[in-house]
Design a protein around this ligand. Structure first.
Ligand code: AMP
Ligand code: MG
Length: 410
C-alpha cells in the first residue's frame, strides 16, 4: 500500500527531463587559447576561412610528373627541380620531372606523383620509372579535407583533441567556449574524517574516511567545472543552513553529498526548503533514491545520496548531463549498448536498477557479487552499468542494456 502522505518516487526518465529543463546554458562565453580548450564546449560555430589543404600537394616522397610523358614503363627523364614541404615549385618543364617530398605543393603542369620506391636513379642523374603513372595518383587535392566557408564545428560541440587539431588547421588560435560552471562542493556527515588528518590506526570507532569528496571533485573537474571545495558540513540544522546560504550566494551550482534522506540527521532538505525551493526529491532508482534538485539563493542545488555508489551513479546519470547542459551541450544521453548477461539476477528491485558489471573475454557481462550501495569496490572493479528496468529479472544469456563508464567519465 502506498503511503498517502508521501508522493511516489519519480521515474528516472521524468526526473531527467525536468532536471535538464532547469539547466539553462550559462551566459557570457569566454575566448580561450585553442591549445587550452580541451574538454570545453564551443559557444560559436567555426567556419573555415580557407580550404584545407590550401594547395594540391604530394602524398609521397618521390617525383612529380606529367603522366603523359611516361607512356610506358622504363622511360627515364631528367630532374629539373627539387620541391620540399614549405617550398613553392616552378611550372614543370615538359619532358622533365620534379623531385618532391610529402606535403610539398604540386608544381603547375604536373598531374601525378610517382613514389620513389617505383623509380630507379640513373648514373646521369635522370630517373627511370618502373610503371606507367595514372593522372592524379598520390596527389592530395586542395580542399579535399575542408572546403572554404564550410562549418567544421557547430556551437555546442564538446572539444576533444581531434577538434582542437581541426580548429587549428583552419587557423584558429582562440576559440569561444562556454564559461566553466562554478560549483560549490559540500559533503555532510559527522562520521567523516579526511585522509591525512587521522591515520587509520588512530580512527575513533564510528569514523570513516570521506571518499565522495574525492571522486565528486574529480568528476566535476573532468566535466569542465571550476570546483570550490567547501569541505564537510556537520550534521546540524544551523551548520547546514549556514553552509548552503554561503554557497548559494556565489556559485552556479551547489552540490552536496549525504544528509538528503529522511533520517533525523538529514538536514539538507529542510535547509533547501528554507533558503530556496525543492523541485525534485527521491527517484525510483537503485542505487540513488535520495536525490534532490532545487535552488538555494541564486544557485542551482543538487543533493546526492551519501552512500558512495549511490553518489557516484547519480552523478553520472544526472549531474553529468546537468553540468554539460549548463555549458550548452545538447547530446547528453549516454549510449545503451545491447550486451549479453553472463549471470542470473533473480530478485530484481521494483525500482530501475543500475548494476555494476564488467565485460569479460567472451563479450558478455559479469556481475560484481556485492551490489550494496556502500561498496565502492563494485565501481572500481566494474567498467559500466546495466540499466535494468524495475522488476526485470535477468537470466544468463539475456540481452541487457549496458552503459560503459568510458562514455561517462569524459
Ligand atoms: P547519508 O545519506 O548521510 O545518510 O549517508 C549514507 C551513508 O553514506 C552513510 O553510511 C554515510 O556514512 C555514508 N557517507 C555519507 N557521506 C559520505 C562520504 N562523503 N564519503 C563516504 N561515505 C559517506
Ligand atoms: Mg549523513
Amino acid at each position: 500500500m502506498s503511503n498517502p502522505t508521501r508522493p511516489p518516487l519519480k521515474p528516472l526518465q521524468q526526473a531527467w527531463e525536468e532536471l535538464l529543463a532547469y539547466a539553462v546554458p550559462l551566459a557570457a562565453p569566454e575566448l580561450v587559447p585553442t591549445h587550452e580548450a580541451d574538454g570545453r564546449v564551443l559557444a560559436e560555430s567555426i567556419r573555415a576561412e580557407l580550404q584545407v589543404p590550401p594547395q594540391d600537394n604530394s602524398a609521397m616522397d618521390g617525383y612529380a610528373v606529367r603522366s603523359a610523358d611516361i607512356a610506358q614503363a622504363g622511360i627515364a627523364l631528367p630532374v629539373s627541380q627539387r620541391i620540399a614541404a614549405g617550398d613553392n615549385g616552378q611550372p614543370l618543364a615538359a619532358g622533365t620531372v620534379a623531385r618532391i617530398f610529402t606535403g610539398a605543393p604540386i608544381p603547375p603542369g604536373a598531374d601525378a606523383v610517382v613514389m620513389q620506391e617505383d623509380t630507379a636513379a640513373q648514373p646521369d642523374g635522370a630517373v627511370a620509372f618502373n610503371a606507367v603513372p595514372t593522372a592524379g595518383q598520390n596527389v592530395r587535392r586542395a580542399g579535399e579535407d575542408i572546403t572554404r566557408g564550410a562549418e567544421i564545428l557547430a556551437a555546442g560541440t564538446r572539444l576533444t583533441p581531434a577538434e582542437l587539431g581541426q580548429a587549428a588547421s583552419v587557423g584558429r588560435a582562440q576559440l569561444l567556449v562556454a564559461r566553466r560552471p562554478r560549483v560549490a562542493l559540500l559533503s555532510t556527515g559527522d562520521e567523516l574524517i579526511m585522509p591525512g588528518e587521522v591515520a587509520p590506526q588512530d580512527m575513533r570507532p564510528g569514523s570513516i574516511y570521506n571518499s565522495n569528496r574525492f571522486f565528486l571533485r574529480s568528476l566535476l573537474v573532468r566535466l569542465g567545472c571550476e570546483v570550490h571545495d567547501m569541505g564537510n558540513v556537520p550534521d546540524s540544522r544551523e551548520a547546514t543552513v549556514a553552509a548552503l546560504r554561503e554557497a548559494g550566494a556565489s556559485f552556479d551550482l551547489v552540490l552536496t553529498s549525504g544528509g538528503v534522506s529522511v533520517g533525523e540527521e538529514d538536514h539538507i532538505k529542510p535547509a533547501v526548503q528554507l533558503l530556496g525551493q525543492l523541485h525534485l526529491w527521491q527517484l525510483a532508482i537503485k542505487p540513488g533514491k535520495p536525490f534532490a534538485y532545487g535552488t538555494v539563493g541564486q544557485a542551482h542545488f543538487i543533493g546526492l545520496p551519501g552512500n558512495p555508489v549511490s553518489s557516484f551513479v547519480t552523478f553520472l546519470l544526472l549531474v553529468r548531463p546537468f553540468v554539460l547542459r549548463l555549458q550548452g551541450l545538447s547530446q547528453l544521453e549516454p549510449p545503451r549498448v545491447a550486451m549479453r548477461a553472463d549471470f542470473d539476477w533473480a530478485r530484481p528491485d521494483k525500482r530501475q536498477e543500475f548494476l555494476r558489471v564488467r565485460r569479460n573475454a567472451n563479450d558478455g557481462l559479469d556481475l560484481y557479487p556485492n551490489q550494496s550501495s556502500g561498496v565502492l569496490t563494485s565501481v572500481v572493479w566494474g567498467d559500466g552499468l546495466i540499466d535494468n528496468p524495475g522488476g526485470g529479472t535477468i537470466r544468463r544469456g539475456d540481452t541487457v542494456r549496458f552503459i560503459p563508464f568510458a562514455e561517462l567519465l569524459v
